[in-house]
Each structure stands twice: as C-alpha cells, then as structure tokens.
Design a protein. Sequence first.
Length: 333
Amino acid sequence: MRTIVHRSKHALTAAASSMLSLAVGMAPAHAVLQIAWDFGGTTGGCVDNTACDTSPLVGTLQIGDQNIGGLQINGSIQTSAKGTTNILNTSSLSVVNTTGASIDYALAVGDTDFVGPVTSFSASGSGTWQTAAGSTITMNWYNDANNAQGADTTTDTPGTLLHTFTDVAGPLTDAFSTSLVGPANDPSLFSMTETAAGTLVAGGQLVSRGQTEIKELVTVVPEPGSLALLGGALLGMGAVLRRRRLGVSNTEADAARFTAQADAIVDRIKPILAGASTELQGAVVNDITAIWIAGHRVPGDRVEGDRMREELLELHATHVRELVCMYLGGVDG
C-alpha cells in the first residue's frame, strides 16, 4: 500500500534552503543534532531548530515529507537526549523509490555533548523491506570520546566504530534487526554518530527504519573498604601529628600499630557499609576521624590508652549501624 504524501510549500522551501546551505559548505556554527543525506546524488541536510526542522522541540529534528533524488521520504525524525541516559535515535516511517531504476542512498545523524562518564553502549537497528528484493542497507554506530561533531556530511563519522550491520532484502516482505551491547570509554562529554547507506531497487520500499545508540551515565561509588582505609590513613596521620606536638617520637613500631588499627577499622566497617550510599560512607569517615583523633592516646598510660581505643572502636561500630538505619530506613543493626 503506497503512502499518499501531502507536501506543504513551507516544507519544500525549507528543504531546498537546507540543501543549498550544505552545497555551499555552510556547516553549523555550533555543536548540535543534525542530519546529512545523499539520495541519488542529491545532497543536503538539516540542523535542529532551523527552518528545515518542523519540530519546535530542542533535541527533536523532524523533516517534512518530501521527494529527494527520486526517493520519497516520509516521517523522518531524529532525537537526542543527554544526561543520566544518553540517546541518539534516527528513524523514518518509509522510504519509497518512485523511479524505474535503483537508487543509492546514504545518511548520517550526529550530536555532541552527551554526558559521561559511560563505560558501555547499547546499539540497535531494524526495518522492513517491501517489494524490494536485492535492496541493501549497511548501518553503523560510532562513538567519539573527543566530542567531535559528526554528520556534517554522510561520511563524517568521528571516533570509533562500535557496531556495523548489513542486510540484503529478500522477495516481497523481509524484516531485519540487529542489537549489540559492548564496552565504551567516555570519561566526560562525548559525541555519537549513526549512518545508514545502501541501494533501493526500483519501486522498492524501506518501512519503519530505525537506529538507536544508548549510553547510561555511570555513578562512581567508592568501595566501602576504600573509604575505611582512607579513614584509617587519616587517623594514623592525625595520631602522628598529635604525638609530635606532645614531644613523643614516632617509631616504626608506632607506624605498624597505626596500620593494624586501620585494618581493624576496615574489618569492622566493610560488612556494615556494603552497598551503602556515598553520603553514608562519607559520614562514617568523618565520624571515625573525629573520634579517633580526639581520643587516640592517653599520655603516660598505655594500658588505659588501649582500653579507650577499644571502647571507641565499639562506639564507632554502633554509630555506623545507626547511620545505616538512618540512611537505609529501619535496617536492624
């Protein structure tokens, strides 16, 4: 069933203006969501929130239905989302070859300033061929940790190729799909670019084409053991400074004793803090630092000092359990 297309004068004028701008080499003045195409030798493109974009929303680039180079493009939408979940998506309801000959096509969609750090990606693509036997499509997904703008042209693909997929259409109707999850390394802002290219035979249709690339922001949470070790190190430093102020020399034995005490802290705290929030872990470090530096030593009485440290260790364990209950809501210590 062929799609009946209604084209407005505004949409056609906007598309012509966009293609002219790319023809004379006018790249966007700043990093944005954009699309570039080459359909049957006719090149062009559109930038988010410019005249050729029929959507007023930032991050949604919608192209009016139109015939470009013999291909009728219907329902072309590109979207970009940045933050906790970074998404770049490109799709079209249908691409129809309205001529009596095969037509080569290519497109690229890109955007920048996606939010890192991210350590993995998920890429997917799909579509359906209709009366398009022998037609082809190759889809690519790119990632650039240097945050360079892609899709100035159909071959502008900065960064690393994450995934590629090729399909050849069978007779009558034929569907394809692909997906891949893998590692990525984007410590800060990064860009993503997607491309699709191939040949559409005479009278063939590519329906419900879509490509998506998703990367989720990673929240860096220090291990409880690491925070406990940090607390122990701070306590040892504080004790050394205090002994210096009191005129007491520090020996290797003292250093070994401070280390053993830090290890005891680690052993007591790790099982209690396992899986706790960074706020809770930070509160624990502050708590133990204050308690131990304040009462680390009783001058002239080693036995009393050892007894006080043991009591403080028990007190600190109690504080940790109370903090866990406060942050996690009623956990039985």
